[in-house]
Design a binder for this molecule. Structure first.
Ligand SMILES: CC(C)(COP(=O)(O)OP(=O)(O)OC[C@H]1O[C@@H](n2cnc3c(N)ncnc32)[C@H](O)[C@@H]1OP(=O)(O)O)[C@@H](O)C(=O)NCCC(=O)NCCS
Length: 146
């Protein structure tokens, strides 16, 4: 069974382990603590196993997705799509009207995921992740027909 819940500090070791598996420039322990304390972090469990997480920052009517990761063993099962969809639903309930994110231009799985979820490319930020590592900025309107 898939469950989504808010992260607590007791999730730190899971977050750290997933960060190391999923990102070359991964968050260390204090960055993971800061993420949980200062952002909104949603955890996805499948049959009570920690499979992924999404963190975001909400600034009044807009939100920014900062991190999204699914454990490699559980990829291509639509879990990231489920988590995104869940979070968008929560944001709509809080009247957040748009979500922004940056994704590395070469990260095709993530780019395709976001495109499929309805995110639109906005701009390219050159060298955002380091030398020759460019970011694609994307946006999704949560109330497109309002
Ligand atoms: C990107 C990531 C979150 C996708 O998670 P996931 O649970 O496997 O994604 P989903 O199963 O929901 O995939 C939805 C769609 O995204 C695209 N997609 C996801 N992974 C893909 C891959 N490896 N290759 C091509 N397309 C992919 C596909 O269009 C897919 O739909 P489909 O399976 O019907 O073809 C996961 O690969 C991950 O954690 N990557 C490392 C961390 C990362 O890059 N995070 C994003 C930072 S912005």
């Amino acid at each position: 069974m898939v469950q989504v819940r808010k992260a607590t500090l007791s999730d730190i070791h899971h977050l750290l382990a997933l960060e190391k598996l999923c990102f070359s420039s991964y968050y260390n322990e204090s960055q993971c603590v800061s993420e949980i304390e200062n952002c909104e972090v949603f955890v996805l469990n499948l049959d009570q196993r920690f499979c992924g997480y999404l963190s975001l920052k909400v600034l009044t009517s807009e939100a920014e997705i900062r991190r999204l990761a699914i454990h490699p063993e559980f990829r291509r099962k639509k879990l990231a799509s489920y988590l995104l969809n869940y979070v968008e639903h929560e944001l709509r309930k809080s009247q957040v009207s748009a979500v922004f994110l940056e994704v590395e231009l070469t990260n095709e799985p993530a780019r395709l995921l976001y495109e499929k979820a309805g995110f639109i490319p906005l701009a390219i930020r050159k060298n955002y992740y380091g030398w020759q590592r460019h970011a694609l900025c994307m946006k999704k309107d949560l109330f497109p027909f309002a």
